[in-house]
Design a protein around this ligand. Structure first.
Ligand code: TYM
Length: 320
């Protein structure tokens, strides 16, 4: 089965990206034909600094490889290296109703906050649809926040097929139930735009500090608590070994523990969990030629696939 997903190079990847999405890329690459890309065209809607975008894109490739994406099994590429996707985006745009796009949350939220929005942000789900349809993807592993966009993709593909014949495969989103919406350091959804992220890579002391500053409630230590309702526990559960998670859950239910102790547990468990990836990243940083080569080969393969789908769509709607 063709599996596809993308991540925006808008800053350092965080726990939400990893547990919601990247972890799925890595497990799915074992059995399926994975296409994973760095969505630099999407990032252009927020990153308006050329050297930062270039650096973030390379960083994202290093991050994904360090976390275990294996170019022998999956195809890794940069979105803008496949111009066929932008062309396909236009074909889809001609059938994308304004009402449908107005309901999409990225645009709606920005507008609700009174922030200026541009056509790139408004049509963002159409480009995302082109990303998916260009490769005949069937399964799209994502976090909960992207499910709506995959639904839009299905709508656009379905209506194109209805008008012009059977051109596109209809994809499905796949969400991890235990990490559909990883909480941030303030308990809201972890997101770069809320400034509440825990990075996967970076200075360990600083990451530990960020963990120690996670916001907690002021209930007394002695009070028994429901572990699953607490965002600190939800984070602990992602990185700690199952036996430790069960022991911690028991402490919550009994009461008589301090959040400081849990935070230290999160920090220790996260160092152990991400330790190997951090080491691999340091090694990859010394071998950028290899990374460039992976991205070149990935782009070549992706272009071949996207060109065939684009041609199919062009013929169907009378452009050829
Ligand atoms: P992006 O870059 O915002 O996020 C990358 C992936 O991380 C997931 N994610 C989360 N999952 C759980 N909890 C969280 N707190 C959390 N925060 C982020 C996202 O759901 C996503 O799966 N539009 C996409 C990139 C994209 C794409 C695509 C994805 C472009 N084209 C085609 C799939 C298919 C985005 O902005 O992801």
């Amino acid at each position: 089965m063709r599996v596809l997903s993308g991540i925006q190079p808008t800053g350092r990847p965080h726990w939400g990206n990893f547990f919601g999405a990247i972890r799925q890329y890595i497990s799915l690459q074992e059995e399926h034909d994975g296409f994973y890309f760095i969505a630099d065209l999407h990032a252009l809607t927020t990153v308006r600094d050329a050297s930062a975008l270039r650096q973030n894109t390379l960083d994202a490739a290093l991050d994904l490889l360090a976390l275990g994406l294996d170019p022998q099994r999956a195809t890794l590429f940069v979105q803008s290296r496949v111009p066929e996707v932008s062309e396909l985006c236009w074909l889809l745009m001609t059938g994308a109703g304004m009402g449908l796009l107005e309901r999409c949350h990225a645009y709606k939220e920005k507008k609700a906050k009174g922030l200026p929005a541009d056509a790139g942000l408004f049509t963002y789900p159409v480009l995302m649809s082109a990303d998916i349809l260009a490769y005949d993807a069937e399964l799209v592993p994502v976090g909960q926040d992207q499910v709506q966009h995959v639904e839009v993709c299905r709508d656009l593909a379905g209506s194109f097929n209805h008008t012009f014949g059977d051109v596109f495969k209809l994809p499905k989103a796949q969400v991890m139930t235990d990490a559909a919406k990883v909480p941030g350091t303030d308990g809201q959804k972890m997101s770069k735009s809320y400034d509440n992220t825990l990075p996967l890579f970076g200075d360990e002391k600083q990451i530990r500090k960020m963990i120690m500053r996670i916001v907690t409630d002021s209930r007394p230590m002695e009070e028994p608590k429901v572990p699953e309702d607490d965002h600190l526990f939800q984070l602990y559960r992602l990185v700690a070994p199952p036996a430790d998670v069960e022991a911690m859950a028991e402490k919550y239910r009994r009461g008589g523990f301090g959040y400081g102790e849990v935070k230290k547990g999160v920090a220790d468990a996260s160092e152990a969990f991400f330790g190997a990836a951090r080491q691999r990243r340091r090694e990859l940083e010394q071998n950028l030629d290899y990374v460039t080569q992976v991205l070149d080969q990935g782009a070549e393969k992706a272009r071949g696939e996207a060109a065939a789908v684009l041609l199919r769509a062009q013929k169907a709607c009378g452009l050829r």
